[in-house]
Design a protein around this ligand. Structure first.
Ligand code: ATP
Ligand code: ZN
Length: 300
């Protein structure tokens, strides 16, 4: 086994909204983590990578301190910490290496359903419950709105019902929790998704190579998820029209068909999802045998 300082350490959320997607991402990148191991750190069997499972709020600190080299965390957590420490450090001690395609949500201001929203002025001097005081202040300061902060670490959505607050500023994805609590969203404060972060410390060339390899694989995984492999038979006379229907498709491969001189087979990678409507239009143009296949991995 390689020396400890030759292994790249990644911190990920132990359990919560980012944990399944973070684990799946590493699996898709071909990193085999043996979950039978005990303790805080799990070792990859096939790459010099170790994974540390922690609370998401601890991830930026662990990266800044150099306890881990990389972290997977929501941008909302990063931005909140950055705003909190801006005065102290002047600039961020972390950098985003790559954006990830999960953990999508927004930090929104929501108010009770029985109140008609009159615009941002509604929040003037109101009590707002949140776990993101810095993001909220940053947003409302810019709009010149004064507010009373009700800082809560969890269950922010119950604050209006308990008469602790007049509004909440919390993360929303589907809006189901808001609905359950008779609240509705009126302003978006910050749009977030997960990202891969690192600190600013110097790292060895060896580690840098591992990290670069990991980033290339992550980008390949994300691109593959967004892309489709399309195979179809196209009348030669309609080749141009068919190509222009398949947006995001570059350099299609054209192959001869064995028993049909009027059509060719076209194979193409599209960086966009192919909708039923597009397939129907292809059919009208005379295309046949249309297959849309998922792509597992991609490297350019
Ligand atoms: P931990 O126990 O690790 O501190 P937590 O309760 O703070 O967990 P989760 O609710 O699991 O955190 O959310 C983790 C991250 O998932 C959020 O910081 C955010 O980036 C993202 N996320 C995506 N959708 C949502 C959502 N609807 N509500 C909350 N967070 C969401
Ligand atoms: Zn947390």
């Amino acid at each position: 086994m390689l020396k400890k300082n030759h292994r790249v350490r990644i911190a990920m959320q132990k359990s919560g909204r980012l944990s399944d997607d973070s684990k799946e991402l590493l699996t898709r990148c071909g990193i085999k983590i043996n979950l039978q191991q005990k303790g805080l750190i799990f070792f990859a069997e096939n790459m010099p990578i170790d994974v540390m499972y922690v609370r998401d709020d601890d991830i930026p600190g662990l990266v800044v301190e150099g306890v881990v080299d990389l972290g997977i965390v929501g941008k909302n957590v990063l931005k909140e910490i950055f705003l909190e420490q801006k005065e102290k450090f002047k600039k961020s001690l972390l950098k985003v290496l790559c954006n990830l395609d999960f953990g999508t949500c927004r930090l929104s201001l929501s108010i009770p359903l029985n109140i008609e929203y009159s615009g941002l002025d509604y929040f003037q001097n109101k009590r707002i419950a949140t776990s993101y005081p810095n993001l909220l202040k940053n947003f409302l300061d810019k709009k010149k709105i004064q507010f009373k902060l009700c800082s809560l670490n969890g269950s922010v959505e119950v604050a209006p019902r308990l008469n602790l607050a007049d509004a909440i500023c919390d993360l929303v994805s589907t809006g189901a929790t808001l609905k359950e609590n008779s609240l509705y969203e009126v302003e978006t404060v910050y749009v977030s998704s997960a990202c891969l972060i690192s600190g600013l410390q110097e790292i060895s060339i060896f580690k840098k190579n591992i990290i670069d390899k990991l980033i290339t694989r992550i980008q390949g995984v994300i691109k593959a998820k967004e892309s489709k492999y399309i195979m179809l038979h196209v009348p030669i006379s309609k080749l141009e029209e068919v190509t222009s229907l398949l947006h995001g498709a570059e350099n299609p491969t054209i192959l001869k068909l064995a028993n049909d001189q009027t059509k060719v087979a076209m194979h193409v990678v599209s960086s966009e999802t192919i909708f039923w409507e597009t397939m129907e239009k292809l059919k009208i143009l005379g295309a046949s045998s249309i297959l849309v296949l998922p792509i597992e991995k991609m490297m350019e």
